[in-house]
Design a protein around this ligand. Structure first.
Ligand code: KG4
Ligand code: ZN
Length: 321
């Protein structure tokens, strides 16, 4: 395989959702539509190339919000047709994992990846760039969702994950929150969310300033509970599969507490660990390009009649032309 370089990685984030307490699908697609032309122009400018230098265009087919995905698929098709170059569909969750191939050290196969984002929480066994198996996943909320929903209960704006991470740095996990009992390699966060709600309601009855005065310790306790729920099945999966190479990926892999815990576990379990650079944790263009690069190299391009799939699964391979 020829080496790939990331020439530019432009990310446009939508902060407008904060005041609504979550992502509003219609608003998300409208904002995508407004931003996409500008973002692509900027990427070309940053990369110091001409449009005619581009050999193929990759886009996210799914999973994600239908409206937002459609904007990307349509734009990619239109631009590729104009330039007479092929298109390459990319699976969002596979791309989070394949971001580990952007920079050295790259993981050797097989490795296990804990993929933790706002919509997914999975332990994936990766045997090749195009051979992935989900060993376990969440039965209800995703880890990022757990951070965001619990943060909302605390009165934090959306997305609360990064704010809880920041608050937790100055706190200690002094409050005990219950752990869900789940079968092998699976996860569950809805019980934790409810327990957290009741815990705060009870405390606030006794002391209406409880949250205000104990923000850091509350955040640290919540983060501790989520990290425990994430790492327990990961340790089990590694021990039982005998795979000692462990990666983390997705928005929640930016969490300092999780990154620290994975490093500790790495020492304890004798793992070779792979922690992405912060800019490759949350959704970004570079991971889509890297995932597409594998397909480009293998000559796998998408049909022109391809469309978005909001529920696309890992390792679900469509027909390619
Ligand atoms: O992968 P991502 O950017 O988008 C999805 O595919 O969902 O992940 C976004 C999620 C959000 O739930 C956000 O709160 C969470 O990742 N997140 C974090 C941190 N940074 C982002 N959660 C905890 N700590 C962080 N530092
Ligand atoms: Zn993502």
């Amino acid at each position: 395989m020829i080496d790939a370089n990331i020439a530019s990685n432009v990310v446009s984030s939508q902060i407008d959702h904060a005041k609504w307490g979550g992502v509003i699908p219609e608003l998300a697609s409208r904002k995508h539509m407004e931003a996409i032309g500008r973002v692509v122009d900027q990427a070309i400018l940053d990369a110091e190339i001409k449009k005619s230098d581009i050999d193929a265009i990759a886009f996210t087919r799914g999973p994600g919000l239908m409206g937002a995905l459609l904007v990307g698929v349509s734009f990619a098709k239109g631009m590729a047709q104009a330039l007479q170059i092929p298109i390459i569909e990319v699976n969002h969750m596979e791309a989070h994992i394949l971001a580990h191939f952007i920079d050295p050290p790259v993981p050797k196969y097989p490795f296990l990846c804990l993929t933790v984002s706002g919509g997914h929480t999975q332990i994936v066994r990766v045997d090749a760039w195009d051979q992935m198996t989900i060993l376990g996943q969440t039965l209800d909320d995703a880890a990022g969702e757990a951070f965001d929903k619990a943060g909302k209960i605390m009165g934090l704006p959306y997305p609360a994950g990064p704010l809880i991470d920041q608050l937790a740095r100055d706190g200690n996990p002094v409050y005990d929150l219950p752990q869900a009992q789940v079968k092998k390699y699976h996860f569950s966060f809805s019980g934790l969310k409810t327990a957290f709600l009741y815990f705060l309601q009870n405390q606030m009855k006794q002391d209406p300033s409880f949250i205000e005065n104990n923000k850091a310790d509350i955040a640290a306790s919540l983060q501790h509970a989520i990290i425990k729920a994430l790492t327990k099945p990961l340790v089990l999966a590694s021990r039982e599969t005998g795979i000692p190479r462990i990666a983390i990926a997705g928005g929640v892999s930016a969490n300092q507490g999780l990154r620290k815990k994975i490093k500790e576990l790495g020492k304890q379990e004798n793992w070779e660990i792979f922690i992405p650079r912060l800019e490759y944790c949350t959704d970004n263009a570079a991971m889509i390009a890297q995932a597409a690069w594998f397909k480009f190299d293998a000559g796998q391009f998408s049909d022109w009649n391809i469309t978005a799939d909001p529920r696309l699964k890992v390792n679900e391979h469509p027909s390619v032309s």
